[in-house]
Design a protein around this ligand. Structure first.
Ligand code: NAD
Length: 240
């Protein structure tokens, strides 16, 4: 059977699908990923992006961190694409249990998905490191230099930086969903960022679908590999 048709038929037979995705899910919304040819890691900065997005760098060079973060990690005008919309539709139709994402852009919720596990946090949430006061993305966008709370503390995005741990409750819920799902669709991720990528190992079924533009370490293990743009593939499979 043609791969997208195979995916369509697995989707139509299941009421227990889980999606696991990454930055590639949002490239069709105009947000660059990290590792593609046109991704952020191929652009030139004074420091490598992994270093800028680390906890140590945030503490030692906050001005530099926020310059990069404001320019490259915030996309206030981005809108959900067909991939986000197709996943939201599957949840509404009672077929998909959860979206587990490494993305921090909030586009799954903007598309209408409700059960979204954000492994790496969200740019839409920010807190003062001193008093804990909440701030939205605008507070970061509209500030200059290091964003400060009314109490004088630094406002930190609720984004998991390199060297920081993931939220245990979110990780445990992700493991639960993946270990119980019937169809696991993995897409738009290079599967190189751990521990997130290791979550796939908890899947025990025989319908592991991988939708990605470039090859990944999971290609040999997946039951169905679809090399293509995820918005087009999911859009077609769901009939959007
Ligand atoms: P990555 O950049 O390492 O890999 C992206 C993968 O998606 C690549 O393999 C690429 O081939 C594929 N891809 C790109 N566009 C695609 C498309 N339209 N259809 C199908 N595949 C496509 O991304 P990652 O694995 O998610 O890891 C990077 C980390 O960076 C994550 O932890 C994430 O938190 C963060 N990040 C998030 C965003 C976001 O929130 N939108 C953007 C950049 C990076």
């Amino acid at each position: 059977m043609e791969p997208v048709m195979q995916l369509k038929s697995w989707i139509e037979e299941s009421k227990n699908i889980v999606f696991f995705g990454g930055a590639g899910v949002s490239t069709e919304s105009g947000i660059p990923d990290f590792r593609s040819q046109d991704g952020l890691y191929h652009q030139q900065y004074d420091y490598p992006p992994e270093q800028i997005l680390s906890h140590t760098f945030f503490v030692r060079k906050p001005e530099e961190f926020f310059r990069f973060y404001r320019n490259k990690m915030l996309a206030p005008d981005a809108r959900p694409n067909r991939a986000h919309l197709a996943l939201a539709e599957l949840e509404r139709a009672g077929r998909l249990k959860a979206v587990i994402t490494q993305n921090i852009d909030g586009l799954h919720q903007a598309a209408g998905s409700r059960e979204v596990l954000e492994l790496h946090g969200s740019v839409l949430r920010n807190h003062c490191m001193r008093c804990g006061k909440f701030y939205g993305m605008d507070a970061i966008l509209n500030s200059v230099g290091v964003p400060k709370c009314s109490c004088g503390g630094v406002i930190k995005p609720d984004v998991v930086l390199y060297e920081e741990g993931l939220d245990m409750d979110t990780l445990n819920r992700a493991v639960n969903y993946i270990s119980r799902t019937d169809v696991l669709i993995v897409g738009g991720t290079s599967l190189t960022v751990y521990p997130a990528a290791g979550l796939i190992d908890y899947y025990r079924g025989r319908k592991l679908v991988l939708i990605n533009r470039d090859a990944t370490p999971l290609d040999g293990q997946a039951d169905l590999v679809i090399a293509g743009k995820i918005g087009e593939v999911l859009g077609e499979a769901v009939g959007l």
